[in-house]
Design a protein around this ligand. Structure first.
Ligand SMILES: Cc1ncc(COP(=O)(O)O)c(C=O)c1O
Length: 517
């Protein structure tokens, strides 16, 4: 293969042919200023003198002269066979120039720089280390260590080679028809969802689905029920829409529908995780499901069902989706490939009542038009060729094994000081502290040890009624479980030794939202 030197990015260099300043000098100063102002950075590739001269439509001589001088003064360096680069160590005077520029930092400038109030209502004042970076027990981690990378890469390569221009153009806001067909079949069979392909919209993860549902269904100050404790991602998306969140308690049967009715009988919508409540892990009882559907029909409310990890149930059969019981087209059913495949794929889906297809498409076109076509095509093949089913079956066994290892390790390390409510399902569990130990203090102490333990109290909108830690086990190998749990025990002991209710964190707690960016 012939070695080609990649071209450098051409600078925005204004050349004035009528100026008294010679061309080489204009170029020299243009580059020097670009470096001083840090528009060009150390190590960055420069265009060849030939292509720069051609681009600027000037002779090559002034370009050569300018480059020679910049090289002689230490701004540029050339590497044989690779081209010319901005020098990695820059002249001393430049550091001073850069400092002068930094003094002019726009954040320090006077005058109005007004932005919306939204960001400040979503960000907590204190850092939340349980969301920062990877670590044992992060709840967003499926077992990516066992993802069939080779199969996936082969499908990616196959689609890259086809050169199908259809994959390169704008596409439909509902998503790739092929993928929607595959999904409709899967959801009808495996999840008991009543749907046809034309009701399915492919989205960039379930987070986008909740955002979209909130924009379509809710107006500013519309009351919306949210499970309390509930899923922090949904809380954030709903809050962004300006809707009024009504926290509704969750017990062993799931969302307490009667409590919701007592608090806000005419709510416009409800967000629920009936198959595996996030974060308590309970399954919504049949009676509560019927109550919820009944209330929605009576009041004309919408039910947003987040069915994010229900493929993973251990020991008993999967619970069919709430959507399958709905006879009044009130349920907006959301699913994601984050848990089944991997989070970075950013693909999920919404099954819509037919009359919502058009409003959802309209709003989607105002957001990002549609999800990346290429990944959708790869995923459609992955499902059609049976890799998807195979992977889920394998992952189910794996997660079961990981859950059992975690429960056993917790039992050994904590004995009766922890309780695990909820069903054996999904990729996380909640370890509850019946003595009400400060779960935030433990979360803060666990983080420097490499353990990401989400405090249960963080998942409440109202006053936290239970304390514990939400622990994702999907990404922790059984062999690592014992060590991770012993670190957790250290954090637990340290939290008892020194109570840590810092006033800063208390302020943080009162400010809504979470820091998972
Ligand atoms: C309740 C719940 N829904 C959905 C998701 C996944 O969201 P997404 O599909 O946007 O990655 C998670 C991930 O942690 C979750 O806990």
């Amino acid at each position: 293969v012939k070695k080609t030197v990649p071209p450098g990015i051409l600078p925005v260099a204004a050349i004035d042919r009528d100026s008294d300043t010679p061309l080489y000098r204009q170029l020299y100063e243009g580059y020097r200023d670009a470096i001083a102002e840090r528009r060009l950075r150390a190590g960055q590739r420069l265009p060849s003198t030939r292509s720069l001269a051609a681009e600027l439509r000037i002779s090559r001589i002034p370009v050569l002269n300018a480059f020679d001088q910049l090289t002689a003064e230490g701004y540029f360096e050339s590497r044989v066979g690779s081209g010319t680069f901005v020098a990695r160590s820059l002249p001393e005077e430049l550091s001073r120039a850069a400092l002068r520029k930094a003094d002019g930092n726009p954040m320090g400038r006077p005058g109005s720089r007004t932005i919306s109030r939204l960001p400040s209502t979503l960000v907590r004042s204190s850092a939340q280390p349980w969301f920062q970076g990877p670590g044992a027990f992060s709840i967003g981690q499926p077992p990516v260590d066992r993802f069939p990378v080779k199969v996936w890469s082969a499908l990616v390569a196959r689609h890259s080679r086809t050169g199908d221009p259809g994959l390169l153009h704008y596409s439909q806001s509902m998503g790739l028809p092929d993928l929607r067909e595959q999904l409709a079949e899967y959801l009808r069979t495996s999840r008991g969802v009543r749907c046809e392909a034309d009701q399915i919209m492919i989205v960039n993860g379930s987070q986008q689905a909740v955002d979209l549902a909130a924009r379509v269904l809710l107006d500013k100050d519309s009351p919306v029920w949210l499970e309390d404790p509930g899923y922090f991602g949904a809380r954030k998306a709903l809050r962004m829409s300006g809707a009024r969140i009504v926290p509704v308690p969750v017990d062993e049967e799931g969302l307490d529908v009667e409590a919701g009715i007592a608090r806000s009988p005419r709510a416009r919508a409800v967000f629920v995780t009936p198959s595996h409540q996030c974060p308590l892990g309970v399954t919504m009882s049949a009676a509560r499901r019927l109550n919820l559907l009944d209330w929605a029909r009576r009041e004309g409310a919408w039910i947003i069902e987040d069915d994010y990890d229900s493929e993973y149930r251990f020991g008993n059969l999967p619970v069919p989706a709430l959507q399958g019981l709905d006879r009044d087209s009130r349920v907006i059913y959301i699913g994601t490939f984050t848990k089944m495949l991997f989070p970075a794929l950013r693909l999920g889906y919404v099954v819509l009542p037919r009359d919502l297809v058009s409003p959802f498409s309209t709003i989607r076109r105002g957001m990002d038009f549609f999800s990346p076509t290429f990944s959708q095509a790869v995923l459609a093949d992955f499902i059609r060729e049976g890799h998807f089913e195979r992977h889920i079956r394998r992952t189910r066994l794996l997660c079961h094994e990981r859950r059992e290892a975690l429960v056993a390790a917790l039992g050994r390390a904590f004995g009766s000081s922890v309780r695990v409510p909820g069903d054996a399902a999904g990729m996380f569990l909640t370890a509850e502290f019946p003595d009400g130990r400060d779960d935030q203090a433990i979360g803060f102490r666990a983080a420097p040890l490499g353990v990401r333990a989400l405090p249960l109290s963080e998942c409440y909108d109202g006053r936290p009624r239970r304390r514990g830690l939400v622990l994702g086990y999907g990404g922790v190998r059984p062999a690592e479980m014992e060590t991770a749990v012993s670190l957790l025990r250290q954090a637990y002991d340290a939290a008892e030794a020194r109570p840590t209710r810092s006033p800063l964190r208390e302020i943080g707690r009162r400010v809504a939202g979470d820091a998972r960016d």
